[in-house]
Design a protein around this ligand. Structure first.
Ligand code: THG
Length: 279
């Protein structure tokens, strides 16, 4: 399965046969006070620095989240998208719970974006799937619905299936549905990672779709986040994860390593180039 995303000219293909595509997570105000205050002042310099450093570190796609309390994201999200588009040729993943902000940002960005996200709730499916179809965007489908988040991987699979069916009915092609099995903090629930891994295995086996997740969610509240995130992402890639949302400055080492170990990097060309360029 191949999902094709677009920058201004550049195409990025997310392929279930790999290699792994990295969606950079850092344009996100969560615990980044500096980003919030810059954006509040209408200053995009720090956001653009975050874009550049992530691209240098291996990001193939940038997640753009400008949500913070009091923000008018119907204005700010498209403005942020225009700033990034003007300087970097890279596909964007538009991350907002507000469908109006997503639509405004799609208008600014053009086709080939990824919408982050829809979920199994009727309200979400009814508003966002039509928008995705009309703007030629792919969608991330979160495996949660009106009943919240289930701990049962089979039930998460059923929600993924429902999102896929509804997308197909709306006129979105299969390849433009990417499933998020939900990665949660393992400090709060010792089975959280196992549930995610099993959901990834099921979605990969039964639906064959591309799979993303907020890979660093699992290590919230713990020390040694990088080690934990790296171990988990390798297991997830083995099970079928193809396009994690993560910090490329911290995760690209593990991702290049996993691709090599899984036979997706002939003669270790990509691996060697990457580690030599980092010296
Ligand atoms: N699924 C989907 N989208 C998502 C998530 C998901 N978008 C948001 C989030 N989860 C993924 N993005 C982030 C962004 C930042 C951090 C984690 C996930 C993060 N920030 C550091 C912290 O909290 O300590 C601070 C910055 C840093 O040091 O890098 O970890 O699950 N579809």
């Amino acid at each position: 399965m191949q999902t094709i995303l677009r920058g201004t000219t550049k195409e990025v293909t997310i392929d279930t046969a790999g290699p792994v595509i990295i969606i950079g997570e850092c344009i996100n105000p969560t615990r980044r006070k500096k980003l919030v205050s810059a954006l509040q002042d209408g200053n995009f310099d720090y956001m653009l620095e975050l874009a550049e450093s992530q691209i240098k570190a291996g990001a193939d796609v940038l997640d753009v989240n400008v949500g913070f309390p009091g923000v008018d994201d119907v204005k700010l999200l498209p403005a942020a998208v225009k700033e990034i588009r003007a300087r970097f040729d890279i596909p964007l993943c538009l991350d907002s719970p507000n469908p109006k902000a997503i639509e405004a940002a799609l208008n600014a960005a053009g086709p080939g974006c990824l919408i982050n996200s829809v979920n199994g709730e009727e309200k979400s499916l009814q508003t966002l799937l039509h928008i995705a179809r009309d703007y030629g965007a792919a969608v991330i489908g979160l495996t949660m619905d009106e009943e919240g988040i289930t701990h049962n991987p089979e039930k998460r699979l059923a929600i993924a299936q429902k999102i896929l069916e509804r997308a197909l009915k709306t006129g979105i092609k299969e390849a433009n549905v990417i499933i998020d099995p939900l990665a949660m903090a393992v400090s709060a629930d010792s089975k959280a990672c196992l549930i995610t891994l099993e959901t990834i295995r099921l979605v990969h086996q039964k639906l064959g779709l591309n799979i993303t997740m907020g890979a660093s969610n699992i290590s919230f509240g713990l020390p040694g986040r990088e080690a934990l995130n790296s171990a988990f992402i390798a297991l997830a890639i083995f099970n079928g994860l193809t396009c994690p949302i993560a910090n490329p400055e911290k995760i690209t080492d593990a991702i290049r390593s996993a691709d090599l170990a899984l036979g997706r990097d002939d003669y270790a060309v990509r691996f060697v180039e990457y580690f030599q360029s980092r010296q």
